[in-house]
Design a protein around this ligand. Structure first.
Ligand SMILES: O=C(O)CCC(=O)C(=O)O
Ligand SMILES: [Fe+2]
Length: 338
């Protein structure tokens, strides 16, 4: 494991000169010395974390050592309880819920002759590019910059390289990118995608699935953060192939009640052999809302297309409304109609 000192020197400490965030409510004391992230693909700018969050992230993560969970067949987890220190998990949750843009993705699936409409039962958003490309310098916005470049040559990619994407790929905003870099240091893996789920209440969920798409390559490492309401994370072994039998222990459902600040790294043979889910729940604190952040590494453009299709889609933008305390469709009132 890398020493804390390495992180301190790796990241620029927030500067002494503090600029008040333009869009902070008047009563807020949160300050940051760094500019918000902008890009031509963003509906609105995403601020950098306030210094209060950055300083603790840099100096005090992970808050606990990761526990290795490998006692069942093909299972390889590293569980940080928690990764994010208790002193900032709530501020971090509130920050991300109110500053990011989200979507409620609808899509169709075909099973034989039947087409079914799917409404994703949670809010989602995604940032990143697969390994074959990278974002160039510059925030973008109306001034340009933040162009998609070929990873190897550094040259702008052909205009049709990402034509299969439902929207243009988006760079990871500075705040989430800081968490990505810290996660890389403490998991020993690298990531180029950040997916965010928001489960507004107990009816929001993700059904049993595995994240073993070909575009992630073999044995992908996926770092999964929980913020906000406690929710059960269930894991069960996939039915074994070619008539094999699972042992009694290996066929049980595992349940981890993930709390705010926890991080589970799923790696090795886990995705190929296990399914995971966040089932619907009633009561408890589910209506406080929960954010899940996953960092992953996609290898090819097909992965980029897939992630934008299922996590951004073609529908409207949602933003947290602090008065109604819910996600609401967001419109750009500031711009004149074109
Ligand atoms: O919300 C979670 O903890 C899990 C999310 C998940 O499995 C996914 O986005 O693939
Ligand atoms: Fe997943």
């Amino acid at each position: 494991m890398v020493q804390k000192r390495t992180l301190d020197t790796f990241f620029q400490p927030p500067s002494q000169k503090k600029a008040k965030l333009e869009d902070q409510p008047a009563h807020s004391t949160a300050t940051t010395s760094q500019p918000a992230s902008t890009h031509k693909t963003y509906p609105f700018a995403v601020p950098q974390f306030p210094d209060s969050i950055q300083e603790i992230l840099i100096s005090s993560t992970p808050a606990a050592e990761g526990k290795s969970i490998t006692h069942l067949q093909d299972l390889d987890l590293l569980y940080f309880q928690p990764f994010i220190p208790k002193s900032i998990e709530n501020e971090l949750f509130n920050f991300l819920r109110s500053k990011l843009f989200f979507y409620r993705v609808k899509y169709k699936i075909k099973r034989g002759p039947l087409e079914t409409d799917i409404n994703t039962p949670r809010f989602t958003t995604v940032f990143g590019l697969d390994e074959t490309s990278k974002f160039g310098p510059g925030g973008g916005g109306s001034g340009g910059g933040g162009e998609i470049l070929d990873t190897k040559s550094g040259v702008k990619v052909p205009v049709d390289k990402y034509k299969k994407c439902v929207c243009e790929p988006r760079p990871i905003p500075a705040c989430l990118d800081q968490l990505r870099q810290i996660t890389e240091v403490f998991t020993g893996s690298s990531y180029n995608f950040c997916l965010v789920n928001y489960y507004a209440g107990g009816n929001d969920s993700i059904s049993y699935h595995s994240d073993d798409e070909r575009f992630l390559g073999p044995e992908p490492a996926i770092a999964s953060f929980s913020l906000g309401a406690r929710r059960d994370f269930l894991l069960r072994h996939k039915p074994p192939k070619n008539g094999e039998m699972l042992g009694d222990e290996d066929s049980k459902v595992l349940k981890y009640p993930l709390v705010s600040g926890d991080m589970i790294l799923m790696r090795g043979k886990t995705q190929a052999n296990w399914l995971h889910s966040i089932p619907k729940r009633k009561g408890g604190e589910v209506d406080k809302g929960r954010i899940n952040i996953t960092f992953r590494k996609a290898m090819v453009p097909g992965g980029t297309a897939n992630y934008y299709q299922y996590n951004v889609g073609v529908g409207e933008v949602y933003k947290w409304n602090p008065l109604s305390r819910q996600m609401e469709p967001w419109t750009d009132h500031g711009k004149s109609p074109s």
